[in-house]
Design a protein around this ligand. Structure first.
Ligand SMILES: Cc1cc2nc3c(=O)[nH]c(=O)nc-3n(C[C@H](O)[C@H](O)[C@H](O)COP(=O)(O)OP(=O)(O)OC[C@H]3O[C@@H](n4cnc5c(N)ncnc54)[C@H](O)[C@@H]3O)c2cc1C
Length: 291
């Protein structure tokens, strides 16, 4: 009897841009795919939060439509932290909070920052050892009134702040939302501090730097991005071990940014499918930054 060939069934861990882009392309080519993410919603560092009718983009701004489009095309399991993976007969088994999932997947894609990929697959430590990523501490501020400044972005050259971005909100009235990002040194030095205490400090610095009497925030939260940006990339678009059906992708393969994440995810999908990579339709905005 001829047994029907099993359709490859790939587990992608990480629903950031890289993982979603990889999964989308695999699904488009007839493979079975499921994406797992520990977050409440897909997007990873394209992060979004709504509070008090205000919305905040405290990761890469302006990329929600891309994430929503990609995530609508593949099954995404949110709030699923994969704590370990195991290679077994026929593929890979995933463990959520220490408990094994019944399904064995023929292939595995790790679409997350390099350090996190190594924590799931320690054998990658050698391949990924040169990748360096740096943290960023971010602050979400909701105000009952306006700062009275007709600016969208403020860049800081010195001190504990790097950037402040006014958030786009449809809410009528005068309330305003801002996202502040700490300077690189400050983020590194204060990474283990309580994020909300950091938020208070950075908000005070922001108000002092502007020299204004700002209204008291109705919402003030810190967010710790442990692996925010790539300092030293892998230097190739993705990594794959075809013998083990294991692949790794993420912005850090090529550099830093959403375009790099997209390119890396698609490159890994092309490798898994064994097809030449499709030419990119639009030039990548950040190509010149690639290593
Ligand atoms: C503050 C900030 C500002 C930025 N600004 C810009 C910008 O202006 N322009 C730009 O192009 N880029 C910007 N970026 C970078 C951009 O966000 C990233 O390059 C891109 O989103 C990376 O996508 P990714 O898929 O490679 O990784 P990620 O988005 O990090 O996705 C990894 C995913 O894996 C999940 N995960 C990890 N471990 C597990 C596990 N064990 N189990 C389940 N899930 C897991 C995470 O929850 C996450 O969703 C910014 C980033 C930050 C932090």
């Amino acid at each position: 009897m001829i047994m029907p060939r099993r359709i490859p069934d790939i587990a992608v861990i990480g629903a950031g841009v890289a993982g979603l882009a990889c999964a989308e392309r695999l699904a488009e080519n007839g493979l079975q795919v499921v994406v797992f993410d520990k977050g409440r919603q897909p997007g990873g560092r394209v992060a979004h939060r709504s509070r008090f009718g205000l919305s905040f983009e405290h990761g890469a701004p302006g990329q929600r439509p891309l994430v929503e489009r990609l995530a609508s095309r593949v099954p995404v399991m949110n709030r699923c932290r994969v704590t370990s993976v195991e290679q077994v007969a026929g593929g890979w088994r995933l463990f959520l909070d220490g408990r094994p999932l019944p399904r064995v997947h023929t292939g595995l894609v790790l679409a997350m920052p390099a350090v996190q990929a190594v924590s799931l697959a320690p054998e990658l430590a050698d391949v990924l050892r040169d990748v360096v990523m740096q943290p960023t501490l971010s602050v979400l501020v909701g105000l009952p009134g306006s700062l009275g400044r007709a600016v969208e972005r403020i860049q800081f050259r010195t001190g504990s702040l790097k950037l402040a971005i006014r958030q786009h909100n449809d809410r009528p009235g005068s309330s305003e939302a801002w996202v502040l990002h700490a300077a690189d040194d400050f983020s590194r030095d204060n990474l283990e501090c309580d994020p909300d205490a950091v938020a208070r400090h950075l908000w005070d610095r922001f108000v002092a730097a502007l020299g204004i009497a700002a209204p008291n925030p109705v919402y003030l939260r810190g967010h710790r991005w442990r692996y925010a940006r790539t300092e030293k990339p892998l230097g190739r678009n993705c990594w794959q071990d075809p013998a083990r059906n294991l692949g790794v992708c993420g912005d850090w393969c090529l550099g830093h940014g959403v375009d790099e994440a997209l390119a890396s995810g698609r490159a890994l999908a092309a490798r898994i499918l064994g097809i030449p990579e499709r030419p990119v339709r639009q030039p990548l905005a950040l190509t010149e930054r690639r290593v």
